[in-house]
Design a protein. Structure first.
Length: 124
């Protein structure tokens, strides 16, 4: 591609597509993903349930925003006489349902802000 062919459309197309040398012209970007492996996930039913929770009332949205913290409550600096002895890192990422719970809180905040028109800064 020479400089006269460098339009935003061509650059976007080039940056989003990648062809392997052994694939030829029939390769697509979707072929870059590794094949999905079937694995046992005991948390999948709970994940699906959390994703399907419908936030339909302001009371439920307020309760979810109060129960689910905005930050990890376990992260701490342990201090003694004003000096930091050690730092406890956030452990929430170890929770296997972390992404779903945070998503549920986000949906509750969006419901309060968009549908109810409330100020949600007290939950941030």
């Amino acid at each position: 591609m020479n400089t006269s062919e460098c339009t935003s459309e061509n650059l976007a197309l080039v940056s989003w597509t990648w062809f392997s040398p052994n694939q030829g012209s029939e390769g697509t970007a979707s072929s870059l993903r590794p094949p999905a492996k079937a694995k046992f996930d005991p948390w999948q039913p709970i994940r699906q349930w959390l994703e399907q929770v419908e936030i339909a009332t302001p009371d439920l949205a307020h309760r979810l925003c109060q129960l689910i913290p905005a930050q990890c409550p376990f992260e701490r600096d342990v201090k003694l006489f004003g000096r930091t002895l050690f730092h406890i890192p956030p452990m929430c990422k170890l929770n296997p349902l972390y992404e779903e719970v945070v998503g549920l809180r986000f949906r509750a905040l969006c419901y309060l802000a968009d549908k109810c028109g409330e100020d949600v800064t007290r939950y941030c």
